[in-house]
Design a protein around this ligand. Structure first.
Ligand code: FES
Ligand code: FES
Length: 154
């Protein structure tokens, strides 16, 4: 089995790791680096639960080879605020009751975080389009849209 040594930044911390050449970023984050906040849902690019930010842009980590992260900055939901604190968007999810089982929540928040950086005061339709790739089985989406809209208003 071919292995590679790769280095990247995970939530602000430099990590260097030896990985199988075929390993996905999802597998490396969860199984090797303990980043279990990145959820393993469908494994085929459909559900969005495995979303991470690669240099600030959302990616499906189940579809990305870990080697693609080499030299880049990876952010998970834990990296959006200092330890023990919440980002304004995370606060809005709490305030609006936008999580039930929570399985979709890390990916949803990362997608919304990147979206709000580009579209600070989005319409509800814009928000629905932005999170279309992040599936939620529980909430019916209304409270999620409420939370993202509130965070966008600041
Ligand atoms: S686990 Fe990656 S998109 Fe579903
Ligand atoms: S809160 Fe359960 S899947 Fe979204």
């Amino acid at each position: 089995m071919t292995e590679l040594t790769i280095a990247f930044t995970l939530n602000g911390e430099r990590r260097e790791i030896r990985v199988p050449a075929h390993a996905t970023l999802l597998a490396v984050l969860r199984d090797e680096l303990g980043a279990i906040e990145v959820k393993d849902g469908c494994g085929e690019g459909v559900c969005g639960t495995c979303t991470a930010l690669l240099d600030g842009e959302p990616v499906s980590s189940c579809l990305l080879l870990a080697s693609r992260a080499a030299g880049h900055e990876i952010t998970t939901v834990r990296g959006l605020a200092p330890a023990g604190a919440l980002s304004p968007l995370q606060e809005a999810f709490v305030a609006h009751g936008a999580a039930q089982c929570g399985f979709c929540t890390p990916g949803m928040i990362l997608t919304a975080h990147a979206f709000l950086r580009r579209h600070p005061r989005p319409t509800r339709d814009d928000i629905r389009r932005a999170i279309a790739g992040n599936l939620c089985r529980c909430t019916g989406y209304t409270k999620i849209v409420d939370a993202i809209e509130a965070a966008g208003r600041g």
